[in-house]
Write a protein that binds this ligand. Structure first.
Ligand code: GDD
Ligand code: GTP
Length: 421
């Protein structure tokens, strides 16, 4: 029997995802029509004999999360629970704290997935690889390749070419270590709790001496406190994948993930993709339109667009590379390019909302999405996806370019490269 744990973090996380994470916990932000972690859950349900999915985080119990869990339980007929950390315990602290819950029913092994990654998760292939590892093995890490420069922003691993054992692990190194990076997807045997216990005890001793606050004693970092010491002991292995994988740290990354999940639907769920037909808008490339959305037949939509629940799109609208969130209204002939339009916002007629993508360099093999800093050195906003927060009114006949608009704003003119507070 198997289980899966999804690390969903908490309210202090997802800061680069603001203002979109102000309205909804970031792991529930919809990508390609479904909450970010819905894609994780769907991937887990494809693993035979996976009996339970546990979400661990430090969001207080809230309605959107409870509703999401209930809906997934019904749809996938699988046990799903949310376990609340009393504070941020780090990427392994929550796992260790709830170890009895995870090990209940004696799973052979369990997956652990970071919530803020997306991809074509190769869980079954990982499981087959894991079973072939030596009996000393505690865990398998999903690894992929990154450019030397980009690798510094991830966990980096040096491996044995023959056995794929992790020989050396450094989390976000200052100088180059390896092109193989940690994707934040793992498969662990129950023995993984031994090094966590060692880290926990060490933390307790260190912090006891320092007389520090009791909460920090339970903080365990999976990467630095568990993986780094396990490297080179024949207990950690890498499963390589070159399938699509990316982090979702920013709004730009959500638009990028949206595009890839839509492309995956071509083979996994072709029924989710809209098609052009008589009396229906013109569809270009991959487009998801929620069944409750109303889209005028004169619109041109795509490629890579997701239109959420109850969205209303009037005549002559053009949308490309964008996510339109639930309840938004797009008035006649407006044009939305490389943008996210927030929940219940209204974009006026003939208005243009446009952002700039930060896609990986297609000429560099293994390049990942760059997450540029918000501001340039001279204090200006770096061009990026335009984000319109929830319940914003954008007037007719204006241009909103490379800007971030906070929720509830009532705009009255055009804006370029600005954060509108
Ligand atoms: N429950 C819980 N509690 N979850 C947490 C906590 C915590 O205290 N801290 C982080 N998480 C969750 C986040 O929500 C996220 O899904 C995941 O753990 C990783 O979070 P970060 O701490 O932001 O790490 P990172 O994304 O910069 O780096 C990690 O992921 C990379 C791949 O995306 C590392 O594992 C890297 O090595 C890895 O390359
Ligand atoms: P590339 O394909 O990237 O070279 O760009 P493009 O020349 O197609 O133009 P752009 O990316 O700016 O626009 C994408 C689509 O939106 C095109 O099909 C344009 O015809 C359409 N478009 C651009 N601006 C407007 C506008 O103001 N109103 C409407 N309705 N459509 C527009």
């Amino acid at each position: 029997m198997f289980k899966a744990v999804i690390l969903i973090g908490g309210p202090m996380k997802g800061t680069r995802f603001r203002p979109l994470s102000l309205d909804l916990p970031k792991p529930l932000f919809p990508v390609a029509g479904f909450p970010m972690i819905y894609h994780h859950i769907e991937a887990c349900t494809k693993v035979p004999n996976l009996k339970e999915i546990i979400l661990i985080g430090f969001y207080q119990h809230n309605e959107p999360l409870t509703k999401f869990i209930e809906e997934c339980k019904q749809e996938f007929k699988i046990k799903i629970r949310y376990l609340l950390e009393f504070t941020a315990l780090g990427t392994a602290g929550g796992l260790y704290h709830f170890r009895d819950q995870i090990l209940m029913g004696h799973p052979e092994s369990f997956f652990v997935m970071n919530a803020d990654v997306c991809g074509d998760f190769p869980l079954l292939e990982m499981l087959n690889f894991h079973r072939g590892n030596p009996s000393t093995c505690y865990g398998t890490i999903l690894g992929t390749e990154a450019t030397s420069q980009q690798s510094l922003k991830f966990g980096c691993m040096v491996e044995s070419k023959e056995t794929h054992e992790v020989l050396h692990y450094v989390e976000k190194p200052e100088t180059f270590v390896s092109n193989i990076i940690n994707c934040g997807i793992y498969l662990f045997n129950p023995e993984i709790f031994q090094p966590m216990e060692t880290a926990f005890k060490k933390n307790c001793c260190d912090n006891f001496k320092l007389d520090s606050h009791i909460l920090s004693r339970e903080m365990i970092r999976l990467e630095q406190d568990v993986f780094a010491p396990l490297a080179g002991t024949n207990k950690l292995f890498i499963f390589h994948s070159n399938k699509f994988w990316s982090q979702i740290k920013s709004a730009g990354a959500a638009v990028y993930a949206n595009r890839h999940y839509l492309a995956i639907y071509q083979s996994s769920h072709p029924e989710r993709l809209a098609i052009s037909k008589d009396g229906y808008p013109k569809i270009i490339g991959d487009v998801f339109i929620h069944k409750t959305a109303e889209v005028d037949a004169s619109c041109v939509i795509g490629p890579n667009v997701t239109i959420g629940k109850n969205v209303k799109i009037k005549a002559g609208v053009r949308i490309r590379e964008s996510i339109i969130l639930e309840g938004a209204v797009l008035q006649d002939h407006c044009c939305i390019l490389y943008s996210i339009v927030g929940w219940n916002s209204v974009v006026g007629a003939w208005t243009r909302v446009e952002g700039t993508p930060n896609d990986p360099n297609p000429n560099k093999p293994f390049a990942k999405l760059e997450i540029p800093s918000l501001f340039t050195n001279d204090g200006r906003l770096n061009p990026s996806i335009t984000v319109i927060g929830s319940k914003v009114q954008v007037p007719p006949e204006v241009i909103i370019l490379n800007s971030i608009v906070l929720p509830d704003k009532d705009l009255n003119s055009s804006y370029k490269n600005q954060i509108i507070l």
